[in-house]
Ligand binder design. Structure first.
Ligand code: ADP
Ligand code: MG
Length: 472
């Protein structure tokens, strides 16, 4: 038992119950912080049954909201951990509301940014992050247009109105919105809110009979920044209110800037007239980072980290090149990848080499993941220990077969994302407890036996370098 705890990496080896926290983290990544904080954080895990799980939420309203908007994604995430699960049931447990409020309050207090957040729930969401500014937004042809339009708006209100910025996840939309807010709030009343929060406030205001305050609050601003407008779908009454707010603001010359993950005409379940107002201003997109941007961002982030860690961050050109070549989908992922490599080098006090980098980033490297197959691992391990594959997969327990078998199982666990039962199946239908046992045995041996460490490293390299895509 203590062994499991010592080895964080293998805490997930317990297949019986899945870890709801893990699913929460994944949903936070998938759906964004706003959606998570507004809704998903309020879900608690109660129990797991044969083919469904039971969750609890504090109110009927939250249940309906989650069911109508996020259930598919939640189920998908749950299924990726346990594919037997085919449905999710909710139970309403009202007393949890208190806990959640307490959590929220203490969280806000922890950030210590502004005590008045607690008093004024609107302000709670009007947070402009002073670390995301124009001067640390790096540009290249993939985001230049959006950057320039944003800059223009922040110099001259109503130049483009509304300004609509769209693009995929992690490409810098919220960063730009922040930058605009940061500049404009010096001389204007700025309201910065995600569409998700806007809806949340709206519904809350109806419930507490505060609609007048709600309207006043939003219509009083000089600049309205709304993030992730794609979430404002469905709920007619809310769209109605948004439309009126929107028009009232444009009429009085306030600036509106909206971001979304898609073009206005692609927004689903949003009224045509709202879409058409969005299209009436300036619409710009941000594209996936091109090579130039990826390289620049890596360089800049290393500079920033070096300021933080007094020049101790040294990532070789080869590794920088590798990260910027492989992590192409979003700036967030790119920065995340770099941070991981830097944490590794700080924890182990050593600069990772290429194959270590590949392991650190394995879940981000799609091609890599697909090419490291169990078959490849088995073949290489068999060759290394000079045994046949039949022998490896047999049920014989001679010592000269057991170690190689355990080694192959261990390598499969760390180099692929296969689940324990899946690995078991590929090793002649062994039980998942055998798989856990093998992994732990090798882990323990590695602690005592330098030869074992050496063999594992050699094998890892062979497996990774065998991977055609990553040949150097
Ligand atoms: P989005 O809102 O499009 O999902 P974000 O604005 O949240 O993306 O960006 C994700 C992360 O990447 C943030 O930490 C942001 O500061 C950073 N980032 C994105 N684009 C750039 C850029 N061009 N220069 C510097 N940092 C960037
Ligand atoms: Mg965003």
């Amino acid at each position: 038992m203590s062994n499991t705890n010592k080895n964080n990496k293998f805490n997930n080896l317990k297949p019986q119950k899945f870890d709801w926290n893990l699913i929460q983290i994944e949903m936070k990544n998938k759906l964004g912080l706003e959606v998570y904080e507004s809704w998903l954080r309020k879900i608690s895990f109660i129990d797991e049954f044969n083919n469904y799980i039971l969750l609890s939420v504090p109110t009927r309203f939250i249940r309906d909201w989650i069911t109508s908007r996020y259930l598919d994604q939640i189920l998908q995430t749950v299924k990726s951990y346990k594919k037997e699960i085919i449905r999710i049931e909710f139970k309403i447990i009202e007393q949890e509301i208190k806990n959640i409020d307490a959590q929220t309050t203490s969280k806000v207090r922890d950030t210590g940014k502004n005590v008045s957040f607690i008093k004024d729930s609107y302000l709670q969401y009007n947070r402009i992050d002073p670390n995301r500014r124009f001067d640390n937004f790096i540009t290249s042809s993939s985001n230049k247009l959006a950057y320039e339009a944003s800059l223009k708006v922040s110099e001259n209100i109503s130049h483009y109105n509304p300004l609509y910025i769209y693009g995929g996840v992690g490409l810098g939309k919220t960063h730009l919105l922040n930058s605009i807010g940061f500049e404009l709030k010096k001389e204007n009343k700025v309201m910065f809110i995600s569409a998700e929060r806007f809806m949340y406030q709206f519904v809350k205001s109806i419930k507490t009979n505060d609609m007048v305050k709600f309207k006043e609050y939003f219509r009083n601003t000089d600049v309205l920044l709304i993030d992730d407008i794609q979430f404002m779908n469905g709920k007619e009454a809310m769209q109605e209110e948004f439309f009126h707010t929107f028009n009232a603001l444009l009429d009085k010359g306030s600036q509106i800037i909206v971001t979304a993950d898609r073009a206005p005409n692609k927004l689903s379940r949003i009224q045509e007239r709202i879409k058409s107002r969005f299209s009436g201003g300036l619409v710009v997109d941000i594209q996936k980072p091109d090579t130039e941007l990826r390289k620049k961002i890596i360089k800049k982030k290393i500079e920033e980290l070096n300021v933080l860690y007094s020049g101790q961050v040294k990532i070789s050109e080869e590794i920088q090149e590798f990260i910027s070549r492989e992590i192409v989908n979003s700036v967030r992922e790119l920065v995340g990848a770099l941070n991981r490599v830097v944490s590794f080098s700080r924890i182990y006090n050593k600069n990772p080499n290429l194959s270590e980098t590949k392991i650190i980033l394995k879940d981000l490297l799609n091609l890599f993941e697909n090419k490291v197959t169990i078959d490849l691992i088995q073949t290489i391990v068999c060759k290394f220990f000079k045994i046949s594959k039949n022998e490896m997969l047999s049920s014989r327990r001679s010592r000269y077969l057991v170690r190689p078998r355990q080694t192959a199982i261990y390598l499969t666990k760390i180099l692929t994302s296969k689940s324990l039962p899946e690995i078991g199946r590929e090793f002649s239908n062994r039980d998942h407890t055998t798989i856990i046992h093998s992994v732990r045995t090798i882990e323990k041996l590695k602690e005592k036996d330098p030869d074992m460490v050496d063999n594992i490293n050699k094998l890892k390299n062979q497996i990774l370098y065998n991977n055609k895509h990553n040949e150097i």
